[in-house]
Write a protein that binds this ligand. Sequence first.
Ligand code: TYM
Length: 338
Amino acid sequence: MEAEEAKKKVVFSAVKPTGSMTLGNYAGALANWVAMQSDPSYDCFYCVADLHSITVDVPPAEFRKDTLDDLATYLALGLNPEKSVLFLQSHVSAHAELAWVLNCHTQFGEARRMTQFKEKSKRAPENVNVGLFDYPVLMAADILLYQAELVPVGQDQKQHVELARTIAQRFNNKYSPTFTVPEPIMPKVGTKLYSLQNPTAKMSKTDENPAGSVLLLDPPEEIMRKFKRAVTDSDTCVKFDRANKPGISNLLTIYSVFAGVSLAAAEKEFQGSDYAAFKQRTGEAVCAFLAPVQKEYKRLIADKAYLSQVMKDGAERARRMAYKTLSKVYRKVGFVQP
Ligand code: TYM
């Protein structure tokens, strides 16, 4: 039994609780998290990456709500604390501790090249804090602490996972093998959902135009309204063509993910359909998928005692693994053991 356990591959991933989760978070990451937790050859760790949220200005009450909402949404989507370790990043201080060590093994130029840093610092020039710059190193610490081999993420996080690989390899070469070198896992369909209002920009929790992002907790009327107003094109044909028909391609992708059909089947289903009917059906598919999730979320968010228990158990299990890695790292770099 133990030998079998030892062979399990560790899966790690996280969502940052800034704003409410979108269809993109599910399509790019959480759909895979749920699928991977049912595979007995994986040991899954899923965290709410709250330390990452304070790189931008967040009102504390809102931040607290978003954090608990994300945990309840993980559970409502089917993540099961019996199968996966579910926890809050700030409950395991080893994340911040390892991040410091990794900071000293990351080149300034490497961090400066991160696309998200460049974009975010352009978007909020008044608050380009050191945490924003350092964020990918903290993310590397998250992953490497658990010796994760597989990191299910959407396309926008691929570059960060690659940085984690670089840091792991550098550390392993400098000292001796310490970290598992992780690799990103991305879905075939839905690795990047786009804004319904600007289908060449990523659908994001913090979009200036809220009509572009559909939130997992949006009420059905709101979801239908957003799909009805989704930007399409002046053509009339429902066909997947990312370069020339970004709006329609995005909607087809969303339909494929939330109706649970292939892209080809979705395309066939809407052959000859007009855009209004296609948008209506896509909205309905999303609402049908989300109805039981939202119902379960409402039940869970009212049960604070249960959420606290899940967090507490998860943090204990996460800490065991995390401190094993951290003490190994401390020994290798030469810190005197207490
Ligand atoms: P975050 O919170 O921005 O996004 C969480 C996950 O959702 C994916 N995602 C998308 N996928 C498809 N289409 C979209 N429009 C879309 N928007 C977001 C992201 O790729 C991600 O997988 N830094 C991370 C959180 C994090 C993390 C980690 C992830 C912290 N530590 C360690 C993996 C491993 C973040 O801000 O993701």
